[in-house]
Design a protein around this ligand. Structure first.
Ligand SMILES: Cc1cc2nc3c(=O)[nH]c(=O)nc-3n(C[C@H](O)[C@H](O)[C@H](O)COP(=O)(O)OP(=O)(O)OC[C@H]3O[C@@H](n4cnc5c(N)ncnc54)[C@H](O)[C@@H]3O)c2cc1C
Length: 184
């Protein structure tokens, strides 16, 4: 690893940003996709993947409801927003989980990983990789939480918890970001 880093001519520090899940993506004939509506930290490796899924679902919704664009965009939002929000929350949670200092919490995490009971075990993560974003099943909407419930999702609460922790560090992080940018 050191020799790979040593072989680079120049290295940069780059800040990673995300945000809390949005309540809506679509208004009338306008909608958002990708990082514009669900930026997430890279700790689930899903930011780009979710943008691609958005595109596949958006195409399907527009084909299905081609006579009513606002309805197509509402359907797109209803199918996509809960899944992307969940991944925003999980990615934010992994920010802490992947960067623990040695100690009891780290040992508990390692024991959980050794049991294969973590989010990234093949069984637990099947909901993520078995998903078919092109399948526009109106019936499947009943399996999704209604929009009003998104705030109550455990993953949303976890993400909010992370953000509350970040608030106290915000000034330090912003200061670090300005120091980095002022060097360029
Ligand atoms: C370190 C890191 C690791 C990552 N690892 C993964 C991974 O393993 N797997 C994964 O799926 N994702 C990963 N991602 C996330 C992924 O890169 C992003 O989620 C993805 O690129 C978002 O795509 P997007 O098209 O929504 O936005 P972007 O890729 O940001 O595209 C937006 C484009 O719009 C352009 N633009 C902005 N403003 C204007 C304007 N006014 N006019 C015209 N053009 C404009 C920008 O220049 C840019 O080209 C990672 C991200 C980071 C930072």
């Amino acid at each position: 690893m050191l020799s790979i880093i040593g072989a680079t001519d120049e290295t940069y520090k780059w800040a990673l940003f995300d945000r809390r899940p949005l309540q809506r993506w679509s208004v009338g004939r306008v909608t958002l996709l990708g990082d514009a509506c669900h930026p997430m930290l890279p700790f689930m490796g899903q930011g780009g993947a979710q943008a691609i899924e958005d595109g596949a679902t958006l195409k399907g919704c527009l084909l299905k409801l081609s006579n009513d664009i606002p309805a197509a965009l509402q359907l797109y939002e209803k199918l996509r927003l809960p899944r992307a929000s969940r991944l925003q929350g999980m990615s934010a949670t992994n920010k802490t989980r992947f960067h623990m200092l040695d100690g009891p919490a780290q040992r508990e995490r390692d024991a959980e990983m050794a049991r294969g009971a973590t989010d990234w075990s093949p069984t637990a993560i099947a909901w993520l990789f078995a998903h078919d974003a092109e399948l526009i099943e109106v019936q499947s909407m009943s399996a999704l939480p209604p929009k009003a419930d998104i705030n109550d999702w455990p993953h949303r609460r976890l993400a909010d918890g992370n953000y509350d922790g970040l608030k106290s560090r915000r000034n330090r992080d912003v200061g670090w970001f300005h120091r980095c940018t002022s060097m360029w």
